[in-house]
Design a protein around this ligand. Sequence first.
Ligand code: PGA
Length: 257
Amino acid sequence: MSRKIIIAGNWKMHKTNSEALQLANQIRIKTTDITRTGMIICPPFTALAPVYEVIKDTNIGLGAQNMYWEKEGAFTGEISPGMVKSTGASYVIIGHSERRQYFGETDDTVNKKIKTALENGLKPIVCVGESLHEREENITDRVVKLQVELGLVGLSADQMKKVIIAYEPIWAIGTGKTASPEQAQEVHLLIRNILSKMFGSGVAEEITLQYGGSVKPGNAESLLSQNDIDGALVGGACLKADSFSDIIHIAEGLTKA
Ligand code: PGA
């Protein structure tokens, strides 16, 4: 497989600034030997700028977990793309299922955020995935297809090359239940086929498709060995430097030196 594996850690609402600095430092030390695997950490907004100072001379990228689409204005409590960029971040997670579930994100807001992230030089990590109910109703394909099509509508092929997509079945997030490698591969292939129809097969082949949902050192290899799984978006297991770096080393081992 020619696509580079990219492992991202979504810290969610964890870590005060001093805790964040400690974790970022430990991750930095444990990954100095990594040369082929992409690494991204996504601390809370408050820790972005300080964490950037720790990792700026490494090949670990920095990402935010959300942003608003307006440039500036009377939007109390929101953070603009330019503000995220000014911390040193170059990625932003958009449309995480927790944002869709608790904070009213829709495919339409996801689409607006993706576009403004790209306009501001941020690379979006766009999350899609079905709920347990939707899987049991056998409508996973339809749900994911709609999220991909509506979320990415209006993007050019060139813009799309800067987007990472994370398939995160909601029933596997934070539950300890992982999609089997075959289940995940099936949806990843579906997503790649949709991208191929929307942006052409060349672009679709280049795009990094991450899997997310209870990824840990024990299941990373079987997931990352699948043809269309090019990385992982890790929640719980990224809060400890040991487990996050173990997953990164497993990815590194899967790519040729
Ligand atoms: P988890 O979270 O690894 O704790 O399941 C993944 C995510 O929500 O991105």
